[in-house]
Design a protein around this ligand. Structure first.
Ligand code: GLU
Length: 495
């Protein structure tokens, strides 16, 4: 690409960073990285009533957490700042003044009542609502007089009426819009602030944006933007409109379909790497069946032409599956670090624990449970049997596995024998166990299931011999004896 690639993500800070926005940001970021260009973060906060500082902070935090970092932006600065539209009012005003001087824009004094009447009339005639042009040809004297008299007014751009405007969209191909549908639209509001269209185009010109990659909902704004770029005397950037994200029932994705904001995913234990991988798959196919695409590979593969034209369907199962993959790929130390506050909260470890053997043991437990967990929550729940005595036994399990009249005596036998096993390692325990099964003349399940229930309180879990080895000899023996006592006394507490 001859021209320097400069793209921007331009969120309006009016709420949380949603996955749709995060995906737009990621696609822009990938495109910039792929072409050695710049990724600009611009905050579209001209709507003072709806913009909030909290939302601004959330957007920055969310992007940072996802590792979608910007080269230029409100906090890091850059050559074309400031990067918050609310701080660029003098720039917009300068451009407005120029358009007025060149007679490319004009003040409009039509009242809301007049405009409502025009709309009704158009509707009666079955025509699309468009500005009738009442103020288009006022004399310069009349304009000045009415402005000086303090008459409320907006500014409109002189649009075109004949022919069509073709948007060359890098995802959708050419999309033609009849110019009769574009009217002299408002670029400056009565409250003396620019409209989104105007501020956005001025910034895209001033910030030398080469490619506008944004949500599909803005495709219908693009012919207006092309009018504006021309009025501003600039070559329009290239455009790419990214398809919508729909819920599985093809309705608009909303709260009722579960988490939609980046911070909610983070709180659910979704990893940033999993989320960006998922964002990529929402509308982009790498061209083969692969679904695990990390950031570096995504940079290599990314191509706007491979972005789907049709809507992407949100699939939380896919996200969870990806999360499991990335979760298991982390080092046990990283997981331990993340899990530590929760382990402390549950009383499993002391916050300031520093004994090497304890830390090594916790690491071993985590490494063991991590391979069987899909996320941090499952891991923290899954390590319970190694830190806590059994408080209650699985109810169904009790009915099934503690019912045999010889349960207590079998558990005691295993306890006694386990007390003599050395070294206390999973393969040794397994070998011994198999021998006891034969000697006792029982089926393996008749011993394995009650023992698992006695030691973990659960009916399912990782390989029993690994579990016993990790719980440790003294504790395993103690739990077996305790379960035997409870079974005998008929005092099994179930959950
Ligand atoms: N502030 C607009 C939005 O959040 C940006 C649209 C654009 O990229 O031009 O939808």
């Amino acid at each position: 690409m001859a021209q320097e690639v400069r793209v921007r993500f331009a969120p309006s800070p009016t709420g949380a960073l949603h996955i749709g926005g995060a995906r737009t940001a990621y696609f822009n970021w990938l495109f910039a990285r792929k072409h050695g260009g710049k990724f600009v973060l611009r905050i579209d906060d001209t709507d003072r009533a709806r913009s909030t500082e909290a939302s601004y902070q959330q957007i920055l935090e969310g992007l940072r957490w996802l590792g979608i970092l910007w080269d230029e932006g409100p906090d890091v600065g850059g050559p074309y700042g400031p990067y918050r539209q609310s701080e660029r009012m003098d720039i917009y005003r300068r451009h407005l003044d120029r358009l007025l001087a060149e007679d490319k824009a004009y003040p409009c004094f039509c009242t809301p009542e007049e405009l409502a009447r025009d709309r009704e009339a158009a509707q009666r005639e079955g025509k699309p609502p468009r500005y009738v042009g009442r103020c288009r040809h006022l004399s310069p004297e009349e304009r000045s007089r009415r402005i000086a008299a303090g008459e409320p007014h907006v500014y409109r751009i002189r649009s075109r009426f004949e022919g069509e405007t073709v948007v060359h969209d890098l995802i959708r191909g050419d999309v033609a819009f009849a110019n009769s549908e574009i009217d002299d639209f408002i670029i400056w509001k009565a409250d003396d602030t620019p409209t989104y269209h105007f501020a956005s185009c001025v910034d895209d010109v001033e910030m030398k944006i080469s490619h506008v990659i944004r949500a599909e909902e803005h495709l219908s704004n693009t012919p207006r933007h092309i009018v504006l770029f021309e009025a501003l005397g600039a070559e329009p950037p290239a455009f790419a409109h990214v398809p919508m994200i729909l819920a599985p029932d093809r309705s608009k994705l909303s709260k009722r379909h579960g988490a939609t904001s980046v911070s909610e995913y983070r709180d659910m234990g979704i990893l940033p790497e999993a989320l960006v991988n998922y964002l990529l798959l929402l509308g982009f196919s790498p061209g083969d069946d692969r679904e695990i695409v990390d950031r570096e590979t995504a940079i290599q593969l990314f191509d706007l032409e491979k972005v789907a034209k049709h809507a992407a369907i949100y699939d939380v199962k896919k996200l969870e599956w990806l999360n499991a993959h990335y979760f298991r790929q982390q080092s046990p130390e990283a997981v331990m670090d993340e899990a530590w506050p929760q382990l402390v909260e549950r009383g499993y470890v002391a916050e300031d624990e520093c004994r090497r053997e304890v830390l090594m043991w916790v690491r071993t437990v985590i490494a063991f449970v991590q391979t069987r967990s899909r996320n941090l929550q499952e891991l923290v729940d899954g390590v319970r049997p190694y830190f806590e005595p059994v408080r209650a036994y699985d109810e169904k399990g009790v009915r099934k596995h503690f019912a045999h009249p010889e349960t207590a005596s079998r558990l005691r036998t295993v306890a006694d024998r386990l007390a003599g096993v050395a070294p206390f390692l999973a393969p040794v325990i397994e070998r011994e166990f198999r021998r006891w099964i034969e000697e006792m003349g029982v089926k393996s399940g008749e011993l394995i299931h009650p023992v698992r229930l006695a030691i973990t309180g659960l009916t399912v879990g990782p390989g029993l011999f690994d579990v016993i080895a990790l719980v440790g000899r003294d504790e395993a023996v103690r739990r077996l004896r305790e379960a035997a006592d409870r079974v005998e006394a008929g005092e099994v507490v179930t959950e």
